[in-house]
Design a protein around this ligand. Structure first.
Ligand code: G6Q
Length: 546
């Protein structure tokens, strides 16, 4: 897989460097003037997603070099290695098989000689059965009341996907039930989530792959205490109010949850790639098993497209390559993801983990320091709100920030002219970014000479436009899978281990060391740096621990 030349030595890379010098001065205005069909030339439609990438600073030549880069990086082999279940997560010696989570029952995907697909479908069936029972009221709490509140306790990959999916698919959710998400170890998160809830009608899902995560275990323990105290019940009540989603049966049962109420997944599912595993139990409870399976079908359609479509028609590949073009040649350090759909308000936050935890790495798979930039900073807010805040910098600031706009032809809440206005805004933003407004245009409107530079838009600011029909479960699955495979493709080209996250470890270890230093009645000589020591001492003395 990695028997390619180092990235900056590849022929396509060198061609791109030369090509960048020729192209960097070109304006999108000129590119559009040269090809009246450009909007069509640089657009592609597949599996219900229309991608217009014509407002990017590229020519056919750019695309040719970028596609050569994909070829020279052995992308095809790497994709097959992932789908086949090779242990491509080399630092943890694991397969990376989130794609198996949405496979059809007749597929055969082997890990260490065992077909994992029947297990995937067995868990899905158990989740469906459980969801049906909760949703129908057949599953009751300890005192016989149906469940009306579902609280997912998890963090990182065990939270961001579920909360994003719940928000995204709220329109499909059971409105008779409340869905809440607790992640932060800050007690406020828990306290506010359970405010006003009746414990006898509340179900907690403890979602943790490892079942050892400090935040989740602390919140789960607090939830257990809150439930038993609130119901004035003994530990027997736990069984009807707690279920677990985990790979660690021993820890689940140690916590007091009956493993009959545990939904499993596997070490070949990375946390940030797990929203379509049992980690999505809260999603299924909210939208029902049929809708959940629709979502999986959306994921699967993109998987198949990614695996089979030629590179120049391949949505994730094209978007990944454009990302590399800006990141590595224009020196852009961030990508703004701007969904024009209020339901996708948590999508940028979800993507932050997916992209930045995966490709925020500075050594290659072989452990060598990279001599090029890797993972971009992803951020964003739903339109049109962002327009009234940070878009100023995107339009007129000094940095080049490529944007991904996401829009839907149909709204789930048709009301007067809202949707037309929303769409008018998303099209207008992409147009304004690309073409701007020249100083001559500004002056011709009678603007004073001194004011004109402030009102000029230089344009030439790139964007992608993703258009789908409507935000339904399948569309959400498609969007998530699209970005999963963008991340994968970029990781392959940058030669990174996209599926580990060692960078989160050090802080965790230090926090474990500091916690007792904050809590104990007496503490010996602190052995941190002078800054950390002083902060700890200040906290201790203000909490009267000394
Ligand atoms: C994601 C990471 C990380 C993980 C959380 C929660 O890819 O691995 O965000 O999901 O640390 O871990 P647990 O599910 O084990 O509690």
């Amino acid at each position: 897989m990695s028997n390619t030349a180092p990235l900056t030595q590849r022929n396509s890379w060198k061609s791109l460097q030369r090509h960048y010098q020729e192209l960097k001065g070109l304006h999108l205005r000129d590119l559009f003037a040269q090809d009246p069909q450009r909007g069509r030339t640089f657009s592609v439609e597949a599996v219900g997603i229309y991608l217009d990438y014509s407002k990017n600073r590229i020519t056919q030549q750019t695309l040719k070099h970028l596609l050569e880069l994909a070829e020279e990086s052995n992308l095809r082999d790497s994709i097959e290695a992932m789908f086949r279940g090779d242990p491509i997560n080399i630092t943890e010696n694991r397969a990376v098989l989130h794609t198996a989570l949405r496979s059809t029952p007749d597929a055969c995907i082997e890990v260490s000689g065992k077909n994992v697909v029947p297990d995937v479908h067995a868990v899905l069936d158990r989740m469906s059965d459980f969801s049906d029972r909760v949703r129908s009221g057949a599953w009751t709490g300890h005192t016989g009341k149906p469940i009306v509140n579902v609280v997912n306790i998890g963090i990182g990959g065990s939270d961001l996907g579920p909360v994003m999916a719940y928000e995204a698919l709220k329109s499909y959710s059971d409105r008779t039930r409340k869905f809440l998400f607790v992640s932060n170890v800050d007690g406020t998160d828990f306290a506010e989530a359970v405010q006003g809830l009746d414990p006898s009608e509340t179900l907690f899902i403890v979602a943790s792959k490892t079942f050892t995560t400090q935040e989740t275990m602390t919140n789960a323990q607090t939830a257990r205490d809150w439930l038993l105290k609130g119901m004035q019940a003994g530990p027997a009540a736990v069984a009807k109010h707690f279920v677990a989603v985990s790979t660690n049966a021993a820890k689940v049962s140690e916590f007091g949850i009956d493993t009959a109420n545990m939904f499993g997944f596997w070490d070949w599912v990375g946390g940030r790639y797990s929203m379509d595993s049992a980690i999505g139990l809260s999603t299924m409870l909210a939208i029902g098993p049929a809708n959940f399976r629709e979502m999986l079908s959306g994921f699967r359609q993109i998987d198949e497209h990614f695996r089979n479509a030629p590179w120049d028609k391949n949505l994730p590949v094209i978007m990944a390559l454009l990302g590399i073009w800006y990141n590595n040649f224009f020196g852009s350090s961030s990508v703004a993801v701007l969904p024009y759909d209020q339901y996708l308000k948590r999508f940028p936050a979800y993507l932050q983990q997916l992209t930045m935890e995966s490709n925020g790495k500075r050594v290659t798979l072989s452990g060598n320091l990279v001599d090029y930039d890797t993972g971009s900073i992803y951020w964003g807010e739903p339109g049109t709100n962002g327009q009234h805040s940070f878009y100023q910098l995107i339009h007129q600031g000094t940095r080049l920030i490529p944007c991904d706009f996401i829009a839907f032809t149909n709204t789930l809440n048709p009301m007067g002219r809202h949707h037309d206005l929303l769409m008018a805004n998303v099209f207008a933003q992409a147009e304004a970014l690309a073409f701007g407004k020249t100083i001559q245009e500004v002056q011709s409107e009678g603007t004073a000479q001194w004011l004109a530079p402030h009102r000029e838009f230089d344009g030439n600011r790139p964007s992608n436009m993703l258009m789908l029909d409507r935000l339904n479960p399948a569309a959400l699955g498609k969007l998530v899978a699209l970005y999963e495979h963008i991340v994968f493709t970029q990781g392959v080209i940058w030669n990174l281990g996209s599926f580990d996250q060692w960078g989160v470890e050090l802080g965790k270890v230090l926090a474990q060391r500091i916690a007792p230093e904050l809590q104990s009645k007496t503490v010996g000589e602190l052995k941190h740096d002078s800054s950390t020591n002083a902060l700890i001492e200040r906290y201790r003395s203000s909490r009267q621990r000394d």
